[in-house]
Structure formats: structure tokens, C-alpha cells
Design a protein around this ligand. Sequence first.
Ligand code: AMP
Length: 551
Amino acid sequence: MLSTMQDVPLTVTRILEHGALVHGESQITTWTGEGEPHRRSFREAGERAHQLAHALRDDLGVSGDERVATLMWNNAEHVEAYYAIPSMGAVLHTLNLRLPAEQLVFIVNHAADRVVIANGSLLPLLAPLLPQLPTLEHVVVSGPGDRSLLDGAGVSVHDYEELLAGKPTVFDWPEIDERQAAAMCYTSGTTGDPKGVVYSHRSIYLHSMQVNMAQSMGLTDLDTTLVVVPQFHVNAWGLPHATFMSGINMLMPDRFLQPAPLAEMIESERPTHAAAVPTIWQGLLAELTAKPRDVSSLTQVTIGGSACPPSLMAAFDDLGMRVCHAWGMTETSPLGTIARPPAHVVGTEEEFAYRLTQGRFPAGVEARLTGPGGERLPWDGESAGELEVRGPWIAGAYYGGSDGEPLRPADKFSEDGWLKTGDVGTISADGFLTLTDRAKDVIKSGGEWISSVDLENALMSHPDVTEAAVVAVPDERWGERPLATVVLREGSTADFASLRAFLADEGKIAKWQLPERWSIVEAVPKTSVGKFDKKVIRKRYAEGDLDVTKL
Ligand code: AMP
């Protein structure tokens, strides 16, 4: 028997229209570096999304499910593109501006982008790539920048504001099947070509509702969220959509992502929430230590993208900024888990340990653990295996190109359709995930696994260590052993023996897991989205590029 309920498609268009109408007074504030920040209401942004759709259709001929790319920072115009493009039936393709040039070229060509909306400040990045982008016909430039860089590049150049000027503020949105593509984002993986994840209207709608649940980020129109996590990386963790659903104000940092301007915008714009990867927060912490500021408005901070070091969580707690740890991937929209401790531990000593886990699975994400031999492992908080997930906002395949079938590589998708995350960890009986490693980063020493993350966290809790990355290196006797690369605070006199003793102290790390190979580095190499790039460290080691001491 079918239900008697209405079958209204869950679309991005509906999120836009709701936000612009019901939460029309909520604000998108974009930081400008100097002078007053730029302010735009949801109502204005909504009208401009209609105008942008007209411009794309009437002037640039965007039709059907064409991909329209953005090469932009987090700002109000990028939010407009987030809504206009999917609502007109086209597909928003956010370009990660930190990808190496050859990967950017690969993804624009793979998605066959014909139009790109770019911030003027990013033209020096885009212009040299144009000769390698045969499908690209139009560049729409938003904000100041040197447009002459595009001269003679064989593309039509348009000004974003001029295109919008005078366009009708009502576009007749088509009714879209909720399973149609709305947006795509290529993985920023460090191996192989990037792979395209294509989000549907439905997946974005459901994911946004999840972001807004009280047990998740749980924000309302009383809040302002500082969206540091880039719009070019997994839809800024769903925040540009979640905000329009609930009227949450957005503070957008544009290109001002360094610790000092971040601290300044927190002090002057007083956001209540912020979201970013740990490296951003490490930088902000150092800035606030050197130059204290009034950051008292910021009471909630969502940290994800890589493991939140316990020392960072504790330091933020001391500043009154409560950290909520979350896990996710490009393939999971990204919210997979979020670490709100269960009621029975709140206020007890156990609470901190729960908050340090990657978090609890929401109703929309099913999870299972698979052992090395393909066996299912129990949720006992001890058995470690590869995490597999499924759900309405989890990818079931990668984009295969406009003529190709969707790609389902066997190392990424199980035969029965679950996503193999490549993350290794345990799940407790009450559904909390603790990651111990990436499958490819785990150190296999004498048949036992050593968690590189545990070693890194222990090292980073040393007062003289600002960053630490641990990788597996080949070892004749044990197969693999850990190599610890550390960044020391300026003026530190700590030596390797004392760091090793610190790890061994109070049984933090078992004796057999203690690294014997050590190296001081100036900075840990990072990927395009600010995660430790361990591939680079392994390569440097293999090429004899690191100054390694063996204890
Ligand atoms: P990306 O697709 O670039 O967002 O990368 C996803 C990967 O980031 C995951 O598969 C994890 O390896 C890692 N990751 C994300 N969040 C966390 C977290 N809270 N703790 C540890 N690793 C994380």
C-alpha cells in the first residue's frame, strides 16, 4: 500500500526560497580586509540568485544539467552561485583553488565546465590554466582583480555585477527530480586522479536537516556561524544550505584566512559558532596566545577534517570555546559522525574522552566495521577495522564523465553498495566512532598495528611541540616502524630523547610503539585542504631528504 502523503521533491530550490522568504532578514557578512565588512540579507542574496540564473541562461546560454564551475572564496556571491546553479537545473562544480594546477586542469576537463565564476583575486591562478581548458568558454569575474590577465585567452570575460544588473528578480525555477545532480566536488585525495562526487538535491536537503539537528550543530537564527571551512571543500560542510534552512547568519572570511584577520573578525563581528580543520585552530590558538582578544562570543567550534588533538580541545575549552569534534568525507556530504557526549556522562570525567572520539552516528548514517579478512567486527570499542557506511547522503559511486557510467572501484565500494571509507577505527556499543588511522597510514610493525594518530596526539600534547606527523617507514626487522617528524616551538631546547621519554611517561604510549627515528621539520607538509600530507613525508624520507636521528 502506498502512503497518502504528498511527494514533494526535496530540492535546493526549496531551501533557497524558504531562506529568502522566511529568514529574509538574516545576514551574510563578508570580510573585506579593510573598512566595513560587506553585508547582504538572505532576501537580497535570494533575489540575486534569481538574477544570476537569468544571466547564466539568457546571456551565457546555460541549459540542462550543464556544469557551472566556481573558483571562489567563501563570500556572499559564492552563496548566490550555490543556489542559482542547482535551482535552474544545472550542476554547481566547486573548484578547490588549492589543488595543484594539473589536478585543477583534470577536474575542469573531466566535468566539461563551460562557464566558471571566479573571484578577481584568483585570476592569476586561473589565467595560466586556460590554454589547457578547451571546454571553458566564459569566465565571470566577481570582485576586484586584474582582468587583463585573461586577454587573448580565447574566453569571453564578464563582470558578475554587470551581468546581474537589471535582470529580473524572478526566475521561473523548473520542478526538479530530487535525485538529480545539484552539485559536485572532486576528492582532494593524495593518490591518483581526483574523483568526482555528485550530490543530489535530495542528499543536500537531508544532510542540511542533519546539520541543523540539536544533536548535531544545532544552530538557530540567534547564531552567526563563521564559515572558515571552504565552500570549495564538501560544500563548506553543508553550512551554506543549513543556514538558509534555519536563518543562521553567516560570517564569510573571503580570502582572509590567516590567524590575525580571523581573530580580528571574531572580535568585531562576534560569531557564536565556527567550523574549520584543526590546523586553522592551531594557528588561531597561537595568535590568541601571542595577542589576546575578546573572543567570548564564540562558544561553539566544530572541528573535523582530521583528528582534533586533545591538547587543542583542552586549550579551546579553557578559552570558553567548546569544541565539538566531527568526522566526514567528501563522499559523505560530509557529516558522518559528531561527538556530542551521551547524557549519562555529561559532567563526569568520562565526558572529555567521549568528546575526543570522532562522534556518534546519526540516524541517517549506517556503519559497519570490516576486518582484514573481510569479516564483520563487533561494536565493542576494541575491535579495529575499516569503517564502511551507507545512507541517503553517502556517495554510491563517482562521476564517470558525461558519456561514462558511474565509477564504483572495488577498493571504494563494497559489492553490496557500502562506501569503504579507508578509515580504520573502532565503534563503541553506543555508536561512537574512534578512528585510529587511515588504512594507508597505519604502521604495521612486526604484525601489530601502531596508530600514527595516537603518537601524533601524544607528541602534540608536549608543550614544546607545535605540530607532529608520524609515518610508517620500512624497517628490516619489523617490516615497518614509526618515523616521528616534529615542529618545535621557537626557542625550544627539547631533544629527541626527552620527547621519547615524554611519550613513554605514564604509559601514554606502549614501549614497543615508541619511535626510534626522529626528525625536526620546519612545518608539516599539508594537502590542499590543510591536512597533513604524509605522502610527501614518506617521499622525503625515501629520497634521503630528511635529517633523521636514530635513537
Ligand atoms: P576529505 O574527503 O578531503 O574531506 O577527507 C576525508 C578524510 O579526512 C576522512 O576519510 C578521514 O581520513 C579524515 N577525517 C575527517 N574528519 C576526521 C576526524 N574528525 N578525525 C580523523 N580523521 C578525519
